[in-house]
Design a protein around this ligand. Structure first.
Ligand SMILES: Nc1ncnc2c1ncn2[C@@H]1O[C@H](COP(=O)(O)OP(=O)(O)OP(=O)(O)O)[C@@H](O)[C@H]1O
Ligand SMILES: [Mg+2]
Length: 373
């Protein structure tokens, strides 16, 4: 289990992480969501002891990362910036990591096979594509068969087969009782993968709940109704004032003629229809997608907006509908902040850096543990 308590991190005047408290439980996949710059990577770095917080604690099974004796066996991490020793083969990269942690050589072969890189194991990692690099990073994270996995946007750059593979891998690991903490901007992917969500904005906690609960909190509850008597039903429903509700009941007509009813449950609509002897062909509660719920819940926390219409320049205002919200993954600040740690990092035995701009000697491109050799 990962426990984060009252964690705060500032870089100069910028508060990257703001009194965060949450825990990540074993046996399920916890998605870590938030707009660009929300503080996800920083939180992960703090958990991994790669940065020093101004306040608060982060522990893994009750122990700070820096105090873990064989970190790779306990925690596997893939952080967003990718950097391996470019002249080194994938095999040697993993072998160095394995040897630094007293892991047997056969784990290297197993990890390479697990991520599908066996055929290119002897090739220079510097020549790898984005997706191959991600796979190598994931192999490094899995090397020690750790109990806890921390993955920062692991799906980035993976092909569809790779996306499916990592989804199934995470599910299998969670089912085996491991703790999986994974960030992503791909909402449809998260909706299929995550059981639980931790959502942050501007460094602060927005939600810590199941995916279903998060979506249910979104305000868009509508019911789709198909009937051969749409205008009659619309009249029946619209006439009904919803008790204590300012908005009452609204009925809109979709392009295909279906009615979209807001302000009433499917049960209430069915009963009204029966009382008015209106035939129903379909009555389906609509659920907001995770993307819609995310947009709604984080709207006030989005720092980096793109123009919704690039043609319109500054004229086409921002605000209002979902379409105006920034597309996740877009308009990012520098993708890898200074001090970011390479993919597959099995962080540090070295003292954490607290630098604002320059990384303190990330001269060892793979991990601090390698430096311990
Ligand atoms: N080493 C650093 N020095 C200065 N500012 C930093 C540093 N690392 C992060 N920040 C700032 O802290 C904030 C949070 O950044 P972070 O990378 O944690 O966000 P994120 O949620 O991972 O964003 P993204 O979705 O774009 O990856 C940002 O404003 C970022 O510019
Ligand atoms: Mg990030």
């Amino acid at each position: 289990m990962i426990e984060v308590h009252d964690l705060s991190k500032r870089y100069g005047a910028k508060t990257a992480v703001d009194h965060l408290t949450f825990s990540v439980q074993p046996g399920r996949i916890t998605g870590f969501l938030g707009p660009n710059g929300a503080g996800k990577s920083t939180t992960m770095r703090l958990i991994l002891g790669l940065d020093r917080p101004q306040s608060g604690t982060a522990t893994i099974d009750g122990v700070r990362y820096a105090d873990l004796r064989e970190p790779l066996r306990k925690v596997g991490a893939l952080l967003e910036a990718r950097a391996v020793h470019t002249g080194r083969s994938a095999y040697n990269h993993l072998l160095c990591l394995a040897q630094s942690q007293g892991l047997p050589r056969k784990r290297v072969d197993e990890a390479l096979a697990l991520v599908g890189l066996t055929e290119v194991a002897k090739k220079r990692a510097g020549g790898f594509s984005l997706g191959m690099g991600q796979r190598l990073g994931i192999a490094a994270a899995l090397l020690g068969d750790p109990q806890v996995l921390i993955l920062d946007e692991p799906v980035n750059g993976l092909d569809p087969e790779g996306v499916l593979w990592i989804r199934n891998l995470m599910k299998a690991l969670a089912a085996a009782g491991k703790t999986i903490f994974v960030s992503s901007h791909l909402m449809s992917e998260m909706a299929q993968t995550a059981d639980h969500l931790v959502v942050i904005g501007r460094g602060a906690l927005i939600a810590d709940e199941s995916v279903d609960a998060f979506i249910a909190r979104s305000s868009d509850h509508s019911v789709l109704v198909r009937t051969p008597q749409p205008s009659q039903l619309a009249k029946e429903l619209e006439r009904t004032p919803a008790e204590g509700e300012a908005d009452g009941v609204t009925v809109a007509t979709a392009e295909d003629g279906a009615l979209i009813v807001r302000g009433m449950t499917a049960q209430e609509i069915g009963e009204k229809a029966a009382a008015a002897r209106v035939v129903l062909h379909e009555l389906t509660p609509q659920r907001a997608s995770l993307e819609e719920a995310f947009m709604e819940m984080t709207r006030g926390s989005v720092e980096y907006h793109a123009d919704s219409d690039p043609q319109a320049g500054a004229v086409g205002g921002i605000g209002g509908g979902i379409g105006d919200a920034v597309a996740p993954g877009f308009a990012a600040p520098a993708a890898a902040p200074p001090g970011a740690v390479p993919a597959g990092a099995a962080p540090p035995t070295a003292a954490p850096s607290d630098n604002e701009a320059e990384p303190a000697e990330p001269a060892v491109p793979t991990s601090g543990s390698e430096a311990a050799e």
